[in-house]
Ligand binder design. Structure first.
Ligand code: GLN
Length: 491
């Protein structure tokens, strides 16, 4: 029998629904794969073997009793360790939360359970989702299954590497500046940042609340859409959640898979199509543009002049919000506490806890954000960045008057060697050059594999207007049907 880990989520759901495989068999196959490869990949921070098998048994007994099953019943999923899971360790990749077991499930995880998916465990990430390579995890880096000496992207490198290593068919990430799409691109998998407010932030450990967006990761566009449908939609527990149904992303993915893009107008972002990307990435992107044209899309160039200021604006807004959000890690309420010997003051305990509990990148962001928000500098830094954010949103709305969706390479470079960019924060920040604009605007973005450069995967990004997530699924599925598949070498 073909190894169950090679199937897509859609196929696995069918096997379980028809009784051709049990949920326990499917789950066990993935747990075995994790045991076989994860010592080399290190995609997981925690594998919940018992919880997963319990959930799988529950699906099998409900099926045996003839009860209705959820749409992804029996399909394994891995969850980025930034989403709370009741009773299951949730660290956000940080020592400060090393021993924390949340008392509640995030909305995303609650919906995953309700849909009958089987949560395998929690995936590795840069500490508090700050990074582009998963090297800033307090628990050691994740390795890219395409080449174990390279990074899997970040911050959600664990979620994408787990897909590329066939440890799970589905995973969840969170995207504040690119942390779903960029790891998707460099691991040859699909990563989706939904419209901001289209997926709930309840139980997502906050980094930058006006940008943070949880979303689906998968090996195929259809699988990402199926997962998106399960996790998306209004949540009264998140005050920024959009009170509207999820756009019909599954139908759009199926429509796109027919490979016909007649009548679709796509805009290549001029500012991102030239300088700034490696030659191999640009070549793969240009080939993909030709493919999209052959599929019937009309492709034009569109200028988004303020996109070049997105990176600096993001690195003021995100750290500012993070400096406020991370104030809750004070050694008092939860997580690590250092210096609690009864002699020191509260302030000393807080400072010793944060000194020991946070890694260098998190400290850098908190200091940067505190500075940008301080009186006397607020207008020049934070206030100015917010104005730039408005200009970037206007670039998007002007562009979407002319085209249905925008396209660009997802990231300027393919997976780099572990250690190559840790010494220079700016080099690390550049990984998100092309993904940050849609976070500042709030619209959706998807990364879909479009080719290889030097044997390593390259992603194409499709960006759509807010609440038009279905459009980008159609384009991505059409491209997917015409190129690839891109399969990493056997581990
Ligand atoms: N790499 C970006 C950063 O370090 C984006 C991270 C993210 O999307 N969570 O902030």
């Amino acid at each position: 029998m073909t190894d169950l880990t090679s199937f897509s989520a859609a196929e696995l759901a069918g096997l379980v629904a028809r009784g051709e495989s049990s949920a326990v068999e499917v789950t066990q196959a993935h747990l075995d794969r994790i045991s076989a490869v994860d010592d080399r990949v290190h995609a997981f921070l925690h594998v919940d073997t018992e919880g997963a098998l319990d959930a799988a048994r529950d699906v099998d007994s409900r099926r045996a009793a003839g009860e209705p099953l959820g749409p992804l019943a029996g399909v394994p999923v891995a969850v980025k360790d930034v989403l709370t899971t009741k009773g299951v360790p949730t660290t956000a990749g940080s020592k400060i939360l090393a021993d924390w077991r949340p008392p509640y499930d995030s909305t995303i995880v609650r919906r995953l359970r309700a849909a009958g998916t089987v949560m395998l465990g929690k995936t590795n990430m840069d500490e508090f989702a700050m990074g582009s390579s998963t090297e800033y995890s307090a628990f050691g880096p994740t390795h890219n299954p395409w080449d174990l000496s390279r990074i899997p992207g970040g911050s959600g490198g664990g979620s994408s590497a787990a897909l590329a290593a066939y440890e799970t068919p589905l995973s969840i990430g969170s995207d504040t500046g690119g942390s779903i799409r960029q790891p998707g691109a460099v691991t040859g998998t699909v990563g989706v940042k939904p419209t901001y407010g289209g997926t709930s932030r309840y139980g997502l450990i906050a980094f930058s609340s006006s940008l943070d967006t949880p979303g689906p990761c998968a090996r195929t566009v259809l699988d990402a859409a199926l997962l998106h449908e399960v996790i998306g939609g209004h949540d009264p527990l998140d005050s920024t959640s959009i009170p509207a149904p999820v756009p019909d992303v599954v139908a759009a993915a199926r429509l796109g898979a027919s490979g016909d893009l007649t009548g679709v107008r796509l805009g290549v972002v001029r500012e991102f199509a030239g300088e700034g990307a490696e030659p191999g990435v640009l070549a793969a992107f240009r080939a993909a543009v030709e493919t999209l044209t052959k599929l019937g899309a009309e492709v034009v160039e569109v200028s988004c002049p303020h996109f070049q200021y997105a990176l600096p604006a993001y690195y003021l807004i995100a750290p500012s919000e993070c400096s406020s959000n991370l104030a809750r890690f004070d050694g008092v309420r939860f997580g690590l506490r250092v210096g609690d010997d009864g002699i020191r003051s509260l302030e000393e305990v807080m400072s010793a806890t944060r000194e020991a509990g946070f890694g260098p990148e998190v400290k850098r962001r908190v200091m940067l954000g505190t500075y940008a928000l301080s009186s006397g500098y607020y207008d020049a830094y934070y206030g100015q960045a917010q104005k730039v954010r408005t200009l970037i949103s206007r670039d998007f709305t002007t562009a979407f008057d002319q085209v249905d969706a925008l396209i660009s390479p997802t990231t300027p470079f393919v997976a780099f060697q572990v250690g190559a960019r840790t010494a220079d924060p700016y080099q690390m920040y550049l990984a998100d050059l092309f993904t940050i604009p849609s976070n500042l605007y709030g619209g959706p973005g998807i990364s879909v594999p479009c080719g290889l450069a030097d044997g390593l995967p390259v992603g194409l990004q499709v960006m759509a207007p807010t609440m038009a997530d279905d459009r980008m699924y159609r384009v991505a599925a059409a491209l997917e049907s015409a190129v690839g598949p891109f399969t990493p070498p056997a581990l």
